[in-house]
Design a protein around this ligand. Structure first.
Ligand code: PLP
Length: 423
């Protein structure tokens, strides 16, 4: 189909994420992708600074992942998971239990990140119901968070100007604490603990994005906060949930952000890079004690079971993506991203209107004082041969781990050009 026809149909009929009709900007038509590059219909090649929303860590058309999908397609593309099981799900579960923090050994295979957070929240509420404490049904979280677009995750997203703040009146009212500062601050911890104590009788769990708060503002914080959360949850009778959907699989420089602190949460969500960005799959892991309590409770099991749970193609490519990650020197790859972003983003500090430049693991952020004009910032990046998706006052990148030094330099230069375009 010619690309102008694709754009015409798209513009008339297709919703895009957070999109509107008529769309304020036309989408770019991607024809193919390979390694860290996207090729547009007009032949333009862009280095992908986004890894398709942080998922395609191994790059596109990876031969091992391509083969995992086609091999599985030759056996079965899907089969229900109620009463049936299969090798791809078993292999993936075994891998996830091995590589996630010690003690997380029950795995729910959800079909998206948001659903895995739904399941995590349901697990926590069902756990307390099963112990005869249904009044423990609220969640405590940090402001500035993002956990997905369905209603339970929305209720723990940033309530102040976050993308779901228009829904506050119809969402379950959760308890919010300030987002942690970047450096460790005992005064902040004391204030957080005061909130925990005030609400502990009605709180089921604390849910946070560890080390990096992503789509709520790309903020970083000291891993010692995670140790304090673990201590407080143990002392005050709350479950601890880490949403590692954005941070998992090496992005922050450790395999999981929890590993920076050596902390095991009670429940953990992973997604995005789980399948190397090939297919839609996420997972909610929990401790055995939680699974046992839920199973012995009134529901007799976890009350969730989507049609496409544990899709065999998604599980097969996820198992292959995890094995590939472990076989590669991912630490060296992420540290090369880190060095390249540090080096390449340094000039952004001198651009007028830039409030902060920060890099952690394979995450690079330019924060502006004012909101970004998305179109001009994206145009500037595209003119530099880079695909970026700025939002709010943030120009950021989470590149594929397979980027060459030149490609990382190009991404950083594209981010700096996007910052210049806002002056
Ligand atoms: N949790 C976090 C931390 C995320 O970053 C995201 C997506 O950006 C989600 C949950 C939702 O995942 P999905 O978009 O796969 O539903």
């Amino acid at each position: 189909m010619p690309s102008d026809r694709i754009v015409e149909i798209d513009t008339n009929h297709l919703w895009h994420p957070y999109g509107a009709f008529p769309a304020s900007t036309g989408p770019l038509v991607v024809e193919s992708a390979e390694g860290a590059r996207l090729t547009l219909a007009d032949g333009t090649e862009l280095v992908d600074g986004m890894s398709s929303w942080w998922s395609a860590i191994h790059g596109y058309r990876n031969p091992v992942l391509d083969a995992a999908v086609t091999d599985q397609l030759g056996r079965m593309s899907h089969v229900m998971f109620g009463g049936l099981t299969h090798a791809p799900a078993a292999r993936l579960a075994e891998l996830l239990v091995q590589i996630t923090p010690e003690g997380l050994d029950k795995v729910f295979l959800a079909d998206s990140g948001s659903v895995s957070v739904e399941v995590a929240i349901k697990m926590c509420l069902q756990f307390w119901r099963s112990t005869g404490r249904p009044e423990k049904h609220r969640l405590l979280t940090w402001r500035g968070g993002y956990h997905g677009d369905t209603f339970a995750p929305m209720s723990v997203c940033d309530p102040d100007g976050g993308m779901h703040s228009m829904w506050t009146d119809v969402l379950v009212q959760q308890v919010f604490a300030p987002a942690p500062p970047r450096d460790f601050d005992p005064v902040y911890v004391a204030e957080f603990e005061r909130i925990v104590v005030e609400h502990r009788d009605e709180l089921a769990a604390v849910i946070v994005e560890p080390v990096v708060q992503g789509a709520g503002g790309m903020r970083f914080h000291h891993p010692d906060y995670l140790r304090e959360l673990r201590r407080m949850c143990d002392e005050h009778g709350l479950l601890l949930v880490f949403d590692e959907i954005a941070t998992g699989f090496g992005r922050t420089g450790e395999l999981f952000a929890a590993d920076h602190a050596g902390v095991t949460p009670d429940v953990m969500c992973v997604g995005k890079a789980l399948t190397g960005g090939y297919l839609t799959l996420a997972a909610t892991l929990c401790k055995e004690s939680i699974a046992e309590t839920i199973s012995a409770g009134p529901g007799g099991g976890i009350m969730h079971g989507p049609t496409f749970m544990a899709n065999p193609m998604a599980c097969a490519v996820a198992a292959a993506a995890v094995e590939l990650l472990l076989a590669r020197d991912w630490r060296a790859e992420v540290s090369a991203l880190n060095e390249g972003l540090e080096r390449g983003l340094a000039p952004a500090r001198d651009v007028p209107g830039v409030a902060d430049v920060r890099v952690l693991g394979g995450v690079g952020v330019i924060e502006l004082s004012d909101p970004v004009d998305m179109q001009s910032a994206t145009d500037a990046a595209v003119a530099s041969g880079v695909w970026l998706r700025p939002f709010r006052n943030l120009i950021y990148a989470m590149p594929p781990y397979v980027c060459s030094v030149d490609e990382v330099d190009r991404i950083a230069a594209g981010m700096v050009a996007a910052a210049h375009s806002q002056v």
